[in-house]
Design a protein around this ligand. Structure first.
Ligand SMILES: [Zn+2]
Length: 62
């Protein structure tokens, strides 16, 4: 199980098996073609990290 580096509470990604007591990290997607995903802690709202991927025509992702 992952822990938030800021508040050290348990967090889990949406696709992972849910562990008791762990909240999903928040995932905010910005952009139309170049997607930027920001993950943030559901407990303290601090940013955990960013992910980047191409969406739309290139990959068929929404
Ligand atoms: Zn936190």
């Amino acid at each position: 199980m992952a822990k938030c580096p800021h508040c050290e509470k348990d967090v889990t990604l949406a696709s992972a098996k849910k562990d008791e007591g762990a909240l999903e990290v928040h995932k905010d997607v910005e952009g139309v073609v170049k997607k930027e995903v920001m993950y943030s802690c559901p407990h303290c709202d601090r940013v955990l990290g960013f992910a980047f991927f191409l969406g739309g025509i290139a990959t068929g992702r929404p």
